[in-house]
Design a protein around this ligand. Structure first.
Ligand code: FES
Length: 610
């Protein structure tokens, strides 16, 4: 670490992820670390602002906020489980297993004429003629940088057999002497929290290896607004964030290549999708306009760019495709999710919902597509709640109350290194499940208030005698050594997020004249973990039979793979971007009324708006 560097950022650079909900601004208290040993003057004393956010240490040790500590000497720290920025592992990283292989990049091996073949022709001409003949094309294009790379390969001018990677049967992007049959591509689904890399065989349409990793930009905050704010304050951070992400994608990609025994140079095509902020940062575009009215992207069309210009560690002249964006919040990930929907999605009234810190909702109604996005807040990512955490091992993802009143839970598996399987906290779906279970068992009213303390032995009262938390797991059974609770303020956060999403859905339905949905598709990590009966119980989506609420896994990742393996899907994505009409909620007068109406935790029917 650099002398004086803040502990949070230094740790991330060393590959140690510390939670940073507020992006290192000393506001959230999520980056608490324990100081085990420190050289004299390694750390200054905590400021008043830092001290105010530090909890008392149970054994009299020292806690500090990693984002506010400037390190000037040797230091040993421990990171409590709740402060660890663990990766959010998609448990259904893909649902579509095979895609018809019609790739954009194909490989063809051919023989070229010897240099002394009459009439005498330059190497370029001989390669272009042989490639065109092998492809059955009238002509192919051989760009100078590709030829320049080839001319540095030993034996390039004497090779008779050459393999060319050709884009769209037209442009050569790589030349290799000899026969090379492996033709691979990579699809990357970039989330604000984590990303997924799919290494695929382009000829067979199959996944060769898959990896997920945390998005290292998380050191600058867990949501897109924090990252945009950082860039607003210091534009140089745009380059830093871009490099952090690309370096991490490359690291993970090299691992995936090693697993599949593929050389990075055999990866000749790439498709990348993400929300608009992630795509802007990836492309080096300043995302500030996304965060202010009228919330427009700097560029909306899809981008074909050379992989080396993006910094991707694949065949240097290979092309990468970054999906189009529709608005400030409807980006390539939403379009990619839509790509996975077949013709039946466009019949009747179907809703596709992807909930995270922001909720993106797309309505398909009789062939028309409309979309909106609503600020659901961090609760659905397990953030800003008392015992919240990401959907990772140790996170409670499901809660239920037995007939005898006993509170039961199920956590995401995997013990830590010491074999400890006890839960750590609640992830987003765990919070929703706990609230739904509490409502069903009447421990929580439809107005969101916890029942009086006398109602249940695990309801704790505050100094005024009112319930302020429901204990889900007692301290001895939790890995943190503290009770895992659902606090009254957590329930309020669920209500606010739910009300925002539902108000957006209501406006979308009203604008299309829809009063009854045929199906709701839940996309994304959060959607994967949700129980349909839980979201129907609290009215997160309009009422419909439970079997008509379906999780569609990592639809954005599936869509990215579809666009990698089937060249027609890129054109389809561009057409979808044109078709999708976006409804902006910020200026709507009816939003507030609907928002208030839907703070109730009840399965309210679709409202008929004037
Ligand atoms: S207080 Fe340190 S990241 Fe928020």
């Amino acid at each position: 670490m650099r002398d004086g560097e803040r502990l949070l950022f230094g740790a991330w650079k060393c590959g140690i992820g510390i939670k940073s909900i507020c992006g290192g601004r000393g506001k959230c208290g999520s980056c608490i670390v324990q100081i085990d040993a420190a050289a004299p003057d390694a750390l200054g004393a905590p400021s008043a602002a830092e001290a105010a956010l530090l909890p008392a240490h149970p054994q009299g040790g020292t806690y500090r906020l990693a984002c506010l500590c400037e390190v000037r000497g040797a230091l040993t720290i421990s990171i409590p489980p709740e402060s660890q920025a663990v990766r959010s592992t998609p448990r259904k990283p893909f649902t579509v297993t095979a895609v018809a292989a019609r790739p954009t990049a194909t490989r063809v091996t051919f023989d070229i004429d010897a240099p002394d073949t009459a009439p005498p022709r330059a190497l370029t001409t001989r390669i272009e003629q042989a490639a065109a003949s092998a492809l059955g094309a009238r002509a192919v294009e051989l760009p100078l940088p590709v030829l320049a790379d080839f001319s540095c390969v030993p034996g390039f001018d004497t090779a008779r057999e050459v393999t060319a990677t050709v884009l769209r049967d037209r442009r050569i992007v790589q030349l290799l002497p000899g026969r090379h049959s492996r033709n691979c591509g990579v699809a990357v689904d970039i989330g604000t929290t984590s990303f997924v890399v799919f290494l695929c065989d382009l000829a067979r349409g199959q996944i060769l290896a898959m990896r997920t990793a945390i998005n290292p930009q998380a050191m600058y905050g867990e949501d897109v607004i924090s990252r945009i704010t950082h860039i607003q304050q210091d534009t140089a951070l745009l380059g830093n964030m871009r490099k952090l992400l690309v370096d991490e994608i490359n690291r993970v990609l090299i691992e995936a290549c090693a697993e599949a025994e593929v050389l990075p140079d055999d990866v000749v095509d790439a498709v990348l999708v993400g929300n608009p902020t992630m795509q802007h940062i990836l492309l080096g575009l300043n995302p500030q306009p996304l965060g202010r009215t009228p919330y427009l992207p700097v560029r909306s069309e899809g981008v074909d760019i050379r992989a080396c210009e993006l910094g991707l560690a694949i065949a240097p002249q290979a092309e990468a495709y970054v999906f189009p964006m529709v608005s400030g919040y409807i980006g390539g990930d939403t379009l990619a999710a839509l790509l996975t929907r077949a013709a039946d999605f466009y019949r009747g009234a179907q809703l596709l919902v992807d909930v995270g810190t922001n909720g993106e909702v797309v309505l398909a109604h009789n062939g028309m597509l409309s979309a909106t996005s609503c600020a659901t807040g961090p609760v659905y990512e397990g953030a800003h709640i008392r015992c919240g955490m990401r959907a990772a091992p140790g996170a409670i993802e499901r809660v239920w109350v037995q007939a005898d009143g006993a509170i039961r839970w199920a956590a995401i598996g995997e013990a830590n290194a010491a074999g400890d399987k006890r839960p750590i906290g609640l992830c987003g779906s765990g919070v929703i499940s706990a609230v739904s279970a509490g409502v069903r068992a009447r421990l929580i009213g439809r107005d969101g208030a916890l029942a009086p303390p006398a109602t249940h032995r695990q309801l704790h009262a505050n100094s005024e005698g009112e319930s302020d938390e429901l204990v889900l797991v007692r301290a001895p059974y939790a890995r943190t050594g503290r009770d895992i609770v659902l606090a009254q303020q957590d329930i309020r956060a669920v209500q606010l997020g739910k009300a925002a999403l539902r108000a957006g859905v209501e406006i979308l339905l009203a604008e299309s004249g829809v009063t009854q949905l045929d199906c709701v598709y839940l996309a994304g990590t959060f959607g994967n973990h949700l129980q349909p009966e839980d979201i129907l119980e609290i009215g997160l989506v309009p009422p419909l039979p439970v079997q008509r609420v379906r999780s569609i896994g990592n639809a954005a990742g599936d869509g990215a793979r579809a666009a990698l393996l089937d060249r027609h899907q890129r054109r389809r994505a561009a057409r979808l971007a044109q078709r999708l009409s976006v409804l902006e909620l910020s200026g709507r007068g009816d939003f507030q009324d609907l928002f208030v109406m839907h703070t109730a935790l009840s399965p309210a029917p679709v409202a008929i708006l004037d």
